[in-house]
Design a binder for this molecule. Structure first.
Ligand code: 6PG
Length: 233
């Protein structure tokens, strides 16, 4: 039996609602642990649509928001108020409804263009050694954040913390992403994957998809519903 050097901790639930409840509970517990240990909680948000209902659950949760720091795993190079911005989705679903200090919500200034925004965010990240929890989605082609097949994923320890992405196959073509190396600098990392459309990407996990290039020391936790992951663990 082949043992993979980077094991996946599977968390498979019957449907997307129970996945969302489990991920919300995991985030809140991670926050309590981090705040008790270090007085603050550094969370990296996933973009796309899957995490929206997790963020909506957080919007009505009870937490010590004053100690939370929010980072983004990636951002689309669009105007700040564009409906397709990942920051806009998170703000509408959650961040605009809780009292996380605005100075602790570290958005990617992707409206500056990919190169300038990546430089800016890399400078901001230089002051933060490790995250407490990274949330990531999964594309049908195995991409995560804005790390796409056929592109540079920034796996090397010398990779910039944030990288400029052009010609992304998922619109918009210009984006900024945390590098694979920087995403792995975290105490915990959770993928949130729901729906039958993501099943093939999970089956292809060990064939070298971008999502599988991220190797946090604690391993990765994969939260998925049966439609995406039943029988694959
Ligand atoms: C983005 C996301 C991207 C997303 C996956 C899954 O900016 O598009 O960061 O990595 O997480 O494409 O997207 P869905 O959750 O919408 O399926």
């Amino acid at each position: 039996m082949t043992t993979h050097p980077h094991p996946i901790h599977w968390h498979i639930y019957a449907d997307s609602e129970t996945v969302e409840a489990a991920v919300c509970a995991r985030i809140l517990q991670s926050a309590k642990t981090a705040i008790a240990a270090r007085g603050e909680f550094h969370l990296v948000l996933a973009g796309g649509t899957t995490p929206r209902r997790v963020y909506q659950r957080l919007a009505i949760a009870d937490a010590d928001w004053s100690a939370w720091h929010i980072w983004l795993g990636d951002e689309r190079c669009l105007p700040p108020d564009h409906p397709e911005r990942n920051s806009r989705m998170a703000a509408e679903a959650w961040l605009d409804q809780v009292a996380i200090p605005r100075a602790q919500i570290h958005l990617i200034p992707a409206e500056q263009g990919a190169h300038a925004a990546a430089r800016h965010y890399s400078e901001q990240l230089a002051g933060q050694d490790s995250f407490d929890l990274v949330l990531l989605g999964l594309g049908e082609d195995g991409h995560t954040a804005s790390l796409f097949p056929g592109h540079d994923w920034g796996e090397s320890t010398t990779a910039a913390p944030a990288i400029a992405v052009f010609d992304a196959p998922k619109p918009p073509p210009e984006r900024v992403s945390l590098s694979a190396w920087r995403l792995a600098q975290t105490r915990a990392l959770c993928f949130i994957v729901t729906g039958a459309s993501k099943r093939q990407a999970l089956q292809d996990w060990h064939t070298g998809i971008p999502a599988a290039a991220i190797h946090p020391a604690a391993g990765i936790d994969l939260y998925c519903d049966a439609a995406a992951g039943e029988g694959l663990r």
